[in-house]
Design a protein around this ligand. Structure first.
Ligand SMILES: *Cc1c(COP(=O)(O)O)cnc(C)c1O
Length: 377
């Protein structure tokens, strides 16, 4: 028998209680029962996002929220800065391109965080820049960016800061209002402990003023339609009723644990994973590791794609490999969402067994031992 463990940076495991709520019979959405559920979800999301502003919920994957940010806030001919330090930074740039926005890319070496000073310089040189797109956790490299530092700079200008926190939310600290982050995009299948299928967008007054003026084409993701509905605890189109019900449960669980403890748990699991990798003689990839996912360099002599495949197909443990030019060069172990110490220990055990099989030389058990040391310190 093979038991499956999902240890990739999305989708992540879903708690049994959340699954049970999602499985309940579907109710009609134009009813007071649904409005109650949606109201509870929309209020609860504010706790997760650390904001008092509106949060819109879409039936889409996380990319839907990213696209919604671009098409609702910008207008044709606008210019925007896009921080590109990996796959997801590139996605913002691609969306801008698709809608005729001139993306001024700040290309950052993959695995390094962006220097906020570069953003400051570009904004100073180019007074007509309308937005800055950045990523909290660049999932493709396991790298955390200094969103507070970036927000400090952008909030002093007329540009709005749009942050992709799809994988970072609940793992890396994000104080939306306190740091003056204008827009935050998120998705359900990462730190929020839900299946894929919901996307979220929080937006403040400064960005909402741009929404009123935006002239890019839009229909399904038109925030003006969502705003009109949200004020009545309603949605413009048929919502993902089951997932929204699951969302209420996952928010309850996060509230019960307390966001501070949720973040501390992610930090603990991330530390254990990093210590384990080092004990196995492996090198970490990121210069600024996120607490959502740890990227590790594949040791020489080991086939990185085979490592990920063996862990999944033979041992049932799904981690992620590298993307684009990092294919086969790194692997990524998530500690994101519904995960505790024993999930991380499972991932490290499977990694050790696989590395042994693929010929990497190390002392068996040293990774697990290093993780246990972190957990018992
Ligand atoms: C997962 C992820 C997304 C969204 O991807 P979808 O496949 O559309 O859900 C966006 N940004 C980051 C950083 C992510 O990790």
């Amino acid at each position: 028998m093979k038991k499956n463990y999902i240890m990739a940076p999305g989708p992540t495991p879903v708690p049994e209680d959340v699954l049970l709520d999602i499985a309940k019979p579907i109710i009609h959405h134009r009813t007071s029962q649904y409005q109650e559920i949606f109201k509870k979800a929309s209020e609860g999301l504010k706790y997760l996002f650390n904001t008092k502003n509106d949060i819109f919920t879409f039936a889409s994957s996380g990319t839907g929220a990213m696209e919604a940010a671009v098409i609702n806030i910008l207008s044709s001919g606008d210019k925007a800065i896009v921080v590109r330090g990996g796959k997801f930074g590139e996605r913002f740039s691609d969306i801008c391109k698709a809608y005729g926005i001139e993306a001024i890319n700040i290309d950052v070496e993959w695995g390094k965080p962006v220097d906020p000073g570069l953003i400051k310089k570009r904004l100073a040189d180019n007074k007509d820049l309308k937005a800055v797109f950045a990523t909290l956790c660049e999932t493709s490299t396991g790298t955390k960016n200094d969103i507070q530092g970036i927000a400090n700079i952008v909030s002093a200008t007329n540009a709005v800061l749009i942050v992709d926190a799809v994988s970072g939310l609940c793992a890396d600290d994000l104080r939306t209002d306190e740091w003056k982050v204008d827009v935050v995009c998120c998705g359900s299948q990462k730190g929020m402990m839900l299946p894929p299928g919901l996307a979220f967008l929080s937006i403040n007054k400064k960005a909402m003023e741009k929404v009123a003026k935006s002239n890019l084409p839009k229909y399904y993701f038109d925030l003006k339609a969502y705003k009109k509905s949200l004020d009545k605890n309603d949605v413009p189109w048929t919502p993902a009723v089951g997932l929204v019900r699951g969302l209420c449960k996952s928010i309850d669980m996060i509230r019960e644990e307390g966001m501070e403890n949720v973040l501390a748990r992610h930090a603990r699991l991330a530390n254990a994973t990093k210590e384990a990798a080092k004990a196995l003689g492996l090198e970490l990839f990121s210069a600024s590791p996120s607490n959502a996912v740890t990227a590790v360099k594949v040791p020489s002599g080991v086939d990185g794609q085979n490592l990920v495949k063996t862990m999944r197909n033979k041992y049932g443990v799904t981690i992620a490999g590298g993307q684009a030019h990092l294919k086969g060069k790194i692997f990524r172990i998530a500690h994101l969402g519904y995960m505790v110490e024993f999930d991380t220990l499972t991932a490290i055990s499977a990694l050790e067994i696989t590395l042994k099989e693929l010929g990497h030389k190390f002392t068996l058990g040293s990774g697990v031992g290093a993780a246990l040391k972190v957990f018992t310190a």
